[in-house]
Design a protein around this ligand. Sequence first.
Ligand SMILES: [Zn+2]
Length: 285
Amino acid sequence: MEWYNMILVRQGITMRFLSFFLLLLTSATVLGKPLVFVSVLPQKAIVQALAGDALDVETMVGKGFNPEIYQPSPRQIARLSRAAVYVRAGMPFEQSWLPRFRNANPNMTVLDMRQGLDLIRDQDQESDPHIWTDPQLVKQHARLLAAELAKQFPGLEGQLEAGYQALANKLDALDGELQERLAPVKGKTFLVYHPAWSYFARRYHLRQLAVEAHGKEPNSRSLAALIDKARKAGIHRIIVQPQHSSATAKVLARALDAKLVEVDPLDEDIFASLRRLARVLTEAP
Ligand SMILES: [Zn+2]
């Protein structure tokens, strides 16, 4: 083969490779689904219920991690550069990390789950982020989120509307079921380690008593006061979750002769976790 022929053949191969890769790239852009990032797993379930599999959803705080003290990994920060939308929930880790998320991807639209909702606030006006423990709040949020996502992805408007209707029906049914189930314990107090169930308590007229506040364990004086309150309220179980250590809960359980029961408020299956708490609260001791 003459030298100029070799060059032509080589160029031919290079061109074919190049066009092959270009084709791959374009089809990835055309077929690749837009990516939505959320902070916690219950939010992932909401986005998926709305969008079906038309959107990719990734969660910052994966299963078993604690969103109060979460540190995103460098890999997650890199993934953010692909995200079209980030839906925050008001979790403590967002405070310090959201500016970095925005830096990693200035084009990403940041939505807030708390938008338009009747939030529970503490004395510092800090809002309680565990919004998904009330089916009616989830429904209100889903309505707003579907509208926001339809603005971002106009092609998905029909899907989002249908997804919202189906989710809203399921949430109404869940709410009815929980109302009925919890009616006999209306006004009763339950004791939790981490106060993740404030919205649930408000919706179903229950009182939540918590061991920990703002990520801090009680000192011995407030622990004594808590034991006193819990005794008066006839507490015989303490609700704990896998993301928090339960050393103090164990001490309390011994003092109150109560048992520890695990219910995970960060379960991706909102329906399962809410039903589980309702079952625990209505079980005979
Ligand atoms: Zn929490």
